[in-house]
Design a protein around this ligand. Structure first.
Ligand SMILES: C[S@@+](CC[C@H](N)C(=O)[O-])C[C@H]1O[C@@H](n2cnc3c(N)ncnc32)[C@H](O)[C@@H]1O
Length: 338
C-alpha cells in the first residue's frame, strides 16, 4: 500500500475525520484517494517535486510548489526520507493551522514516523494514532500557543550555508557539502568544454558551478532539476550569468532545436531506499536525446552500478575516463537516434 493511501484507510475506518469546514493543507502531497475525499475548493496541496506536482496537476488537484496557507482546519504532512525536512514541515503545518486544528503526520516506519511523532509528542501531545502498511498516521491537535521549539524546527529547513559557503537545506542531495562522486566528475571538466552544456539533476548546483568556473568557452549552461527546493539553492550557488534554471523532470526532455555540446550528470540511483540503476537509465536516455551528434555525455556513478549496458544502448562509443575507490566517470559519444 502506498503511504498516501494509509490516510484513505484511516478515513474510511473512522480513525480520522475530515473537519466540516475550513482549508485542508497537505504537504508533500501525492495523488491518493484521500485527496479525492477532500472537497476541491478546500484543498491546498504542496509538492515541490516536479514529477509528483505534474501528476497532481494532471489529476485536477489544486497544487502549488510552496504553500502559504493560514487558518487551516486540517494539515497533513507526508514524511520524506529526511527527518529534518519532515520535522520542519510539521512545524510549518502547525503554523498553517487555526488553534484547535488538527495536524496529521503520515509516514512509513522506515521514514521514522515513530521517532518523529515521539519527538513532536514531547511538546505537543498526540491525540491518536492509526497503524497500517508498515507505518502510521498520528494526530496532534494544535494548541492555542505553539511551543518555542516549533520555530526551531521550522528554522532548520530554511536554506543555509555549509562551512564551505554552499547554500543547501535538509532533504536535498549532499546537504552537508559536495559529494565525492561529483568531485571526481568535476576534476575531469578541464578547460575545453564549450558551447551549450546541460546538467541533468543539477541539485544545489555543485557540478554546474565547477563546470562554468573551469571553462570560459561555455556559452550557456542549463540546470535541469526536479526538486524546486534544490533548484532554489542552486540559484544562490551558481551566480554565473551563463546559467539558466529549469524546474523539470529530466525524463520529459525531448530532442530540442538547439541541442547540447556536452551533458553532465551525477544521476540519482535510489528508488526509495534501494540502489536501482533503472533510475539513472532515464538520465542516460535523455542525454542521448538532447545531445548534438558530435556531443559528449559525462557521468559519474558508484562503481558497482552497471550503467555500461544502458550507455551502449544509447550511444555508439563509451569509455571510462577516471575512477576512485568508490566511483567511476564514464564518457559516452555518438548518441544513437531512434
Ligand atoms: C545524485 S544527485 C546529484 C546532484 C548534483 N548534480 C551534484 O552533483 O551534487 C541527483 C539529483 O537529480 C535530481 N533528480 C532525480 N530525478 C530527477 C528527474 N527525473 N528529473 C530531474 N531531476 C531529478 C535529484 O533531485 C538530485 O538533486
Amino acid at each position: 500500500m502506498p503511504q498516501t493511501d494509509r490516510l484513505a484507510f484511516a478515513l474510511e475506518a473512522g480513525e480520522i475525520t475530515l473537519p466540516e469546514s475550513g482549508p485542508v493543507a497537505v504537504l508533500r502531497a501525492e495523488p491518493s484517494d484521500f485527496l479525492r475525499a477532500v472537497p476541491a475548493d478546500r484543498l491546498h496541496c504542496e509538492q515541490s517535486d516536479r514529477r509528483l506536482f505534474d501528476r497532481l496537476d494532471a489529476a485536477g488537484l489544486p497544487v502549488e510548489p510552496q504553500l502559504e496557507v493560514s487558518g487551516a482546519a486540517l494539515a497533513v504532512v507526508n514524511l520524506t526520507r529526511s527527518k529534518a525536512e519532515s520535522r520542519g514541515n510539521a512545524a510549518r503545518a502547525l503554523r498553517m493551522l487555526a488553534p484547535g486544528g488538527l495536524l496529521l503526520l503520515n509516514g512509513n516506519k522506515t521514514d521514522g514516523i515513530d521517532s518523529i511523532s515521539r519527538e513532536i509528542g514531547r511538546s505537543i501531545p498526540a491525540s491518536g494514532s492509526c497503524s497500517k502498511a508498515h507505518g502510521k498516521v498520528v494526530s496532534f491537535p494544535r494548541p492555542d500557543e505553539l511551543p518555542d521549539v516549533v520555530a526551531t524546527w521550522a528554522a532548520e529547513i530554511e536554506v543555509s550555508q555549509t562551512p564551505e559557503g554552499d547554500w543547501t537545506r535538509p532533504g536535498m542531495f549532499s546537504p552537508d557539502g559536495s559529494d565525492p562522486g561529483s568531485q571526481l566528475l568535476a576534476e575531469q571538466f578541464g578547460t575545453s568544454l564549450r558551447g551549450r552544456v546541460a546538467d541533468l539533476g543539477a541539485g544545489w548546483g555543485y557540478l554546474s558551478r565547477a563546470c562554468l568556473a573551469a571553462s570560459p568557452a561555455i556559452a550557456q549552461l542549463d540546470l535541469f532539476e526536479a526538486e524546486m527546493l534544490a533548484l532554489d539553492a542552486a540559484r544562490r550557488n551558481v551566480t554565473d550569468p551563463r546559467a539558466e534554471f529549469h524546474w523539470t523532470d529530466v525524463a520529459s526532455l525531448r530532442k530540442t532545436t538547439a541541442p547540447y555540446d556536452t551533458v553532465i550528470a551525477n544521476p540519482p540511483f535510489h528508488l526509495g531506499r534501494a540502489a536501482d540503476p533503472e533510475v539513472g537509465a532515464a538520465f542516460i536516455a535523455a542525454a542521448a536525446r538532447i545531445l548534438k551528434p558530435s556531443g559528449q555525455f559525462l557521468m559519474v556513478a558508484n562503481r558497482h552500478l552497471p550503467y555500461e549496458a544502458r550507455l551502449d544502448a544509447a550511444f555508439r562509443h563509451r569509455d571510462q575516463i577516471a575512477e576512485s575507490r568508490d566511483f567511476k566517470v564514464l564518457r559516452a559519444t555518438s548518441p544513437r537516434r531512434p
